[in-house]
Design a protein around this ligand. Structure first.
Ligand SMILES: Cc1cc2nc3c(=O)[nH]c(=O)nc-3n(C[C@H](O)[C@H](O)[C@H](O)COP(=O)(O)OP(=O)(O)OC[C@H]3O[C@@H](n4cnc5c(N)ncnc54)[C@H](O)[C@@H]3O)c2cc1C
Length: 294
């Protein structure tokens, strides 16, 4: 039997990694929990890659988490387990991360990998959309920033060049106090299962009125969806919301959300549950401070 070999690089620094990417088309591997599944091979047979692979998950430049004014910067190669332990990571993002896979995958999988894999069922994505997350990319030519909604184009489709690495995810102007968040994931089981539908919402209140509203749905289309025109219609409304306002908002989303049937769920189930989760959040009369982290 002819065994093929896989060439690989594991540089000491981000600089060297980027320099290699400027010279050669390579397959980036962070935690490998998506890419290795896509390159599954029989037992004992090395996975087949068309290009040389370049490991990035050990690069310390991609593992920093820091705050700059109100912006939180998260290194693309922070694993979920590292994010769960870090005090700067918003509580609601930890709520979502706790529901990803099982501990072994959370020890390997990275935030950057969840974004670049761009599955509409990716559990961190609805929250990153409502945080208006910015994606920082670096190549030998320099750095650029792009909003997550423009970066993600569809399943496994992101706006990245062959010579670029996602280095940081920036959550701009994080205001946890006074903002009430929700993240809901509906899957076959409470753990170790991919979402059939997910929902993230936030309401910011000031003196009994809504001053900011954001809602994002996962697994109802090729990308996570947010409809800012509908969000805007409840800004200025008194909280708790009147039933008529809730009906109007839910009807607005009903017209816009168009899920599909696939092996995980049906369009009808997805739409019904998505709208129920939205309605349940909008019907809240009061919010408890904080989120439970086990
Ligand atoms: C058993 C199992 C259960 C899972 N459960 C869940 C779940 O519940 N919820 C969920 O959301 N996901 C789940 N996943 C999917 C996966 O774990 C996550 O999407 C994870 O975040 C991927 O990160 P990674 O570092 O392993 O990505 P990798 O597999 O290393 O990379 C994924 C893709 O992103 C690219 N990439 C990665 N990092 C960068 C970067 N910094 N710059 C440029 N490109 C980059 C790679 O080239 C590749 O194309 C599961 C996977 C498995 C195997």
């Amino acid at each position: 039997m002819v065994m093929h070999t896989v060439s690989s690089y594991r540089f000491e620094s981000l600089e060297e990694t980027i320099s290699q990417l400027s010279k050669e088309d390579c397959q980036i591997i962070a935690g490998g929990t998506d890419i290795m599944v896509q390159h599954k091979s029989p037992r004992g047979v090395p996975a087949k890659f068309e290009k040389p692979i370049v490991f990035i998950d050990h690069l310390k430049e991609l593992k920093k988490i820091y705050q700059n004014n109100q912006d939180i910067h998260i290194g693309a190669c922070c694993s979920y387990s590292e994010l769960l332990k870090h005090p700067l990571i918003p509580k609601i993002l930890k709520v979502a991360i706790q529901q990803i896979a099982a501990p072994a995958i959370r020890n390997r999988g990275t935030l950057g990998g969840n974004i670049c894999n761009a599955s509409p069922a990716g559990d961190t994505l609805p929250l990153l959309y409502i945080y208006n997350a910015k994606i920082k990319l670096r190549s030998s030519k320099g750095e650029r920033l792009i909003e997550i909604k423009d970066f993600i184009q569809g399943p496994r489709k992101v706006k990245i060049s062959k010579d670029e690495i996602l280095t940081e995810i920036i959550l701009p102007e994080v205001q946890e106090e006074g903002t009430h968040f929700v993240f809901e994931k509906v899957a076959n089981r409470r753990a170790d299962a991919i979402a059939k539908i997910s929902f993230a919402g936030s309401l910011r209140l000031d003196e009994g009125r809504i001053i900011d509203a954001r809602f994002a749905f996962g697994a109802v289309g090729p990308t996570v969806v947010r409809f800012m025109d509908i969000e805007q219609t409840i800004v200025g409304e008194a909280f708790p919301l009147d039933n008529m306002v809730i009906d109007r908002v839910v009807a607005g989303f009903d017209r816009k959300i168009n899920p599909i049937d696939d092996h995980r769920s049906t369009a009808v189930y997805r739409k019904t549950v998505a709208l129920n989760l939205l309605r349940y959040f909008l019907k809240k009369r009061a919010f408890k401070e904080g989120h439970r982290i086990n």
